[in-house]
Design a protein around this ligand. Sequence first.
Ligand code: CTP
Ligand code: MG
Length: 601
Amino acid sequence: MTVYIYRGGIPIRFLNKYIRRYWKLYFVTFIFLSAEAVCDLLQPTIMSKIIDQGVGTSDINYVLRMGGFMLLVTGVGAAMAVIRNIISSIVSQRFGRDLRGDLYKKIQNFSFDNVNEFQDATLITRLTNDVNQVQNFAHGMMRIFIKAPILCIGSLVMAALINPSMTWILVGVIPIIVFLIFLNMKISYPFFIQMQKALDGLNARMREYLAGIRVVKAFNRFDYEVDRFTEASKDLTQISIKGMRIMAVFRPGITLVVNLGIILVLWLGGYKVSKGEMQVGQIVAFTNYMTQILFSLMMLSRVFTMFIRAKASASRIGDVFAAENTLQREEEKGPRQAKEETTYDQNIKGHIAFRNVGFSYGGEGEGVLHDISFACKPGELLGIIGSTGAGKSSLVNLIPRFYDVTEGAVEVDHVDVRDYNLKVLREAIGIVPQKSLLFTGTIFDNIRWGREDATDKEVEKAAAIAGAHEFISTFPKGYETQLGQGGVNLSGGQKQRISIARAIIKNPKILIMDDSTSAVDLVTEAKIRRELQKYMKNTTTILIAQRITSVMNADQIMVLDNGKIAGLGTHEELRNNCDIYKDILYSQLGKEGFAHVIETI
Ligand code: CTP
Ligand code: MG
């Protein structure tokens, strides 16, 4: 599968919102951090005083006094750290929560084109791992950001105060370390991006495997799947190892440079002490400041690594935020009829018309539909029949604007669907998708999902029309039966009937049934059809079917072939005029010679 390509330099402006929201608390943590840094900075100096003036002169009172002071400073520093930690954890967790929430909302608003563009797996990685990376960075900033520079510069100043003549060692060492850190960042940045991509790949594999685990078992294709998984896993391992290898060289390299500096201090210091120019305590303090500088630079490099990862992740999140909803854009043009405040049943009557419609996925290629024109009056039943891949699902998907036409226009009640408020348009349409998709929860919840305020009675009525009431009643828990993910504990036909119930409970003006009774036996199907005709008289229904018996009684039947209308008319008309229809009819009636009997049940 193709993983969504990282486009460098996508603005991460989306972060501004959270910065505005949290900068005050951020600022508070910075004050605490600064106080912490000052406490850390004081310690080596106090220690050098204890060594030189207390221990050196055997003044036990001085040692105790300064020791007490040192304890106090450490205590204050620790208290600051605790408070700051509490605040920073809260802020970073809230930030993560907000970002995840906003991202989730954004994805909810995606058009089908957007979802196709990004693919589920990368969206999951972006929602989880990428958000975590950015959140970690936000947390890291509050732990380290201000403290490291204060500690670094402060140590330099304090060391210079102790002995200016040795400060040049520091001045020499620091630029080397800074250079090494910079180099490290520059080299490892591309690896982090690749790592994130490899993780995407792995997630995609896992998801596909888990979704298709039954098929994999049925076909005994474990080895094949394991190989594919291993490959994706190997990709991630290799790229991670490469990234880590760079770290493995740089980290010890930096420590080495600092240790060389310390040796230089000890060597030179020892010489100065022997000449009486310096005291032992000062050398101890000096090396302490030196390690503090190393520590702070290491912290900075950690922040930078986090920054690199976070930047890669933030760009990927930014891509999602920046993705324009193709449909939304149309809406912003200024809808002719923004019917948000009015309800559909006052407005939409269910008239449907296609005018020379052409359509292709992503607006490219040859096209899936060509020059489709037809019209349905309110309450009519249109049957669509045609071989697999003919474009039946694509055609009906244009009505609720899951996709927009590339040519021509789709009209509902003589108004272009692109001029409707999406919510109003979709409110008027009930859809039973080709692949039944149920949610975790009870059967009752799943049916009522179609209309939140439906009563128990209405749910039962809808189930009865859809031919589902009978089998639901045989379950020990009835409507309260818990469904697994995607309704795994139901048969194919049972799932289909529940999704039909979910669509008709909306009492839609337009009902689209995409091959919705394919898994239901003929007797039950005929029954459902009769019920629908009885109760959904005012609903314009589009019924896609494989079996001719399912559409035979329709007001109009459309024969779709290769994206074109090969025939449009009643059963009688098509039987006489349309060759493809005749072929289908004879081939099916041959097999299902009893079909006409079924019709009369
Ligand atoms: N197609 C596509 N991208 C999609 C969905 C479909 O490119 N997201 C293409 C398919 O490859 C197919 C054509 O669009 O060639 C028509 O697909 P569809 O409308 O789904 O065909 P149906 O007539 O609904 O086929 P079936 O009976 O199998 O459901
Ligand atoms: Mg289809």
